[in-house]
Design a protein around this ligand. Sequence first.
Ligand code: HEC
Length: 97
Amino acid sequence: MFVTAGCAGESPPTPTDPQLAEGQGIYQRHCATCHGVTGGGGSAPALAGRMTERFPDPADQLALVRNGVPGTGMRAFDDVLTPDELDAVVAYTRDAL
Ligand code: HEC
């Protein structure tokens, strides 16, 4: 079987869960430039592995992504993504990164 070696900066494997797979696509298009393709951070803080601790209530994280953080690079996404897309990308950062 052919094994593709994961290079740094390459997208992680697509999750099998359809919502997480959708969330990954959205994440790569809208979030990865600042937060890193694997969520390890970059110009913005790392998200990988710390969202459930940082936001015990997913609603708080959803609100942050919807409204952004004024005065920082974190823009509001409520006029960019649909409610379903917002749910999907938040689920992806919590459950797959
Ligand atoms: C232009 C760069 C940029 C993009 C694109 C971006 N962010 Fe951010 N994000 C930031 C910055 C900068 C912060 C830190 C804000 C602060 O100082 O509190 C942040 C903070 C966050 C936080 C809070 C992290 C924490 O520990 O408090 C979350 C969650 C988040 N972003 C999710 C996303 C998601 C999801 C997307 C895509 C839909 C996204 N971001 C796109 C720059 C970006």
